[in-house]
Design a protein around this ligand. Structure first.
Ligand SMILES: [Mg+2]
Length: 396
């Protein structure tokens, strides 16, 4: 089998990758909704993979893997990897999870991710109210994550939260030492959310990036009695092109609150310090950023060997990305907690993707399906009306 074409279009906000072959089998993959600008970057790799056998996934990846980097520059390589797995599964007549070594679980736990309700404000009462809505969501999540501190509207809406000057716009541009009042405010909001969830539903907190080391330690220690699931991205994180494992190690060693990071990190080599130095308790790679699903599985196994847990990121990965998350998460070792659930946006995404269960999430879990490849397809006729004019040949 040979690769005959690599196509990319943008459906809604998500770049969608389609690899075609000379045997009529095609592979699909998707890039995060926040990266609609990546289409030319995906197509950059086309000449490097044409004519290759798509079922020799690693041999194809050797040609392109080094031409990628931390988020957002690992997404194109990751999407190509996942489309290759889709082809390999379809060619073998097997779901991708079988090719990755088989299922460890029949259903995968997910947490709320892209299921969100607008915040009324950023007071403890507002956080409690929002958490009531999340808890009542039809998906029945057993873990709910909420943004606080630098990963929330607190920065712009809570006066004097920190000693820095508030930067508007950009990707997590704020960083600085919290005021005593600011830190107390954050802790009060977490207490309010715990009052709602009690010990019935786990509470995870996305915190940054942007915390200074002393504040990160103070927060983690203050929250110890509350048994939160994890504190995510306190130091580095989303769109930060480096790791700073030694700073994470200081936080992690100072507290019993689990510390989490890794959504923006590309490749196993960049997880090495975090894992070998026991710098965090939980890693959160995204299959659409780390370099694909085989890369994510390798890192999960290596983390498990070092006593580190995994809760994959995925909030913007869309419905084809969801299929990849389900396939790989079914195969991860027992250090797996849950992945971050993405949704289809706009709503018409649910009309163009075939193969998903209905409802998708039941009691906080997704049942792993058995269709060949990733197990989802785009309905050509339904999709055509959403194709941009320049991509009318996407299915040709
Ligand atoms: Mg995050």
């Amino acid at each position: 089998m040979k690769i005959t074409d690599l196509k990319c279009t943008v459906l809604g906000q998500n770049p969608v990758v389609r690899i075609t072959t000379d045997e009529g089998i095609n592979g699909l993959a998707e890039v995060e909704s926040s990266k609609s600008y990546l289409k030319p970057h995906v197509l950059f790799y086309k000449q490097l993979i044409l004519g290759e056998d798509p079922t020799n996934i690693e041999r194809v990846m050797l040609k392109i893997r080094r031409l990628g980097s931390f988020k957002p520059w690992g997404s194109a390589v990751s999407a190509i990897e996942m489309a290759l797995w889709d082809i390999a599964g379809k060619a073998a007549g097997l779901p991708v999870y079988k090719l990755l070594g088989g299922k460890v679980r029949d259903k995968v736990r997910v947490y709320n991710g892209a299921v969100r309700f607008p915040m009324g404000g950023f007071s403890p009462e507002d956080f409690a109210e929002n958490m009531e809505e999340m808890k009542a969501a039809s998906e029945g999540f057993t873990i709910i994550k909420q943004g606080i501190g630098f990963h929330s509207g607190m920065v712009a809406n809570v006066p004097d939260l920190f000693y820095g000057e508030v930067q508007k716009g950009g990707f997590h541009a704020n960083r600085g030492l919290l005021t005593e009042r600011g830190l107390k405010h954050v802790i009060s909001c977490v207490e309010a959310m715990k009052t709602v969830l009690s010990d019935e539903v786990g509470l995870a907190l996305d915190c940054g990036p942007g915390w200074m080391l002393p504040d990160a330690i103070k927060l983690a220690k203050a929250l110890e009695p509350m048994n939160v699931m994890w504190l995510e991205d306190l130091i580095t994180g989303d769109y930060v092109p480096y790791v700073l494992a030694e700073l994470y190690r200081e936080v992690t060693q100072s507290t019993s609150t689990p510390i989490h990071t890794g959504e923006q990190i590309y490749l196993r080599q960049n997880f090495k310090d975090l894992i070998e130095k026991h710098a965090v308790n939980i890693i959160g790679p995204d299959p659409c950023d780390i370099g694909g699903i085989a890369e994510l599985k390798w890192v999960a196994e290596y983390a498990d060997l070092h006593g580190i847990l995994i809760a994959p990121h995925g909030t913007g990965d869309g419905l084809i990305g969801l299929a990849a998350l389900v396939q790989v998460s079914a195969t991860l070792p027992q250090n797996y907690i849950a992945f971050e659930y993405p949704v289809g946006r706009p709503e018409w995404w649910y009309d163009i993707v075939e193969g998903l269960p209905e409802p998708i999430v039941k009691d906080g879990f997704i049942e792993v399906w058995d269709k060949p490849g990733m197990g989802v397809e785009l309905n050509e006729e339904a999709t055509r009306k959403y194709l941009p004019e320049e991509d009318k040949d996407f299915f040709d």
